[in-house]
Design a protein around this ligand. Sequence first.
Ligand code: FMN
Length: 178
Amino acid sequence: MNVTECLKTRRSIRRFKADPVDHSIIDSVVSSASYSPSWKNTQITRYIAVETPSLLSEIAEECVPDFNAKIIRQAPLLMAVTFVKGRCGYERDGSFSTKKGDRWRMFDAGISCQSFCLSAWDHGLGTVIMGIFDEDRISGLLGIPEDQELAALIAVGYPDINPGAPAKKAVKELLQYR
Ligand SMILES: Cc1cc2nc3c(=O)[nH]c(=O)nc-3n(C[C@H](O)[C@H](O)[C@H](O)COP(=O)(O)O)c2cc1C
C-alpha cells in the first residue's frame, strides 16, 4: 500500500474481531512509528500495550465514557500512548524555545499516534484514537511513571466493520496560497 492509499483508506475502527494481535506485529508498528519526526529528535513518545483482560475491563468499566467503553470491551489490545515530560519544547537551559511552551509534546505524541495508526493499517489492523478518559485513574492502573503523561488511548485489532470515510473538507476550504 502506498502512503496516499494508506492515508485515504485508514478509518477509525470501533468494532473488532476477537483475534489476538501478534506481538511481532505490534513491535513492527512501534518500530515504524519511531521514525516519526520529533522536537529536536527528542523521541518522547512511549507505548504501553494493554492486553490483560482484567485491566482492559477495569479501564472500560471505570475510566472512560460509555461510547469508548463499547470499543474497549471488544478490542483485543489497547495502546496507552504516553510522553516523557520536560524535554519537548525546551532549550538546554530549561527555558521554553517558543511561545507554545510545552504544547509541542502533544504535537509530537500526535504525530506518533498518526504514524502508529497508519502503520497498523498497513498491517491490516484497525485503530481508533481516543482522547476522552480518566487520565489519573488510568495512569494509576498502568503504573505510568511520574516523569511521563498519558496522551491518548488507541484501540487496536482486526476490523470487524468496513466504514466509509466521513465527509472531509475540500482542499479549497483548507488551503490558501499567498
Ligand atoms: C485527538 C483525537 C481524539 C479522539 N477521541 C475519540 C474518542 O474519544 N472516541 C472515539 O470514538 N473517537 C475518537 N477520535 C476519532 C475521531 O472521531 C475520528 O478520527 C474522526 O471522526 C474522523 O474519522 P476517521 O478517523 O475515520 O477519518 C479521536 C480522534 C482524535 C484525533
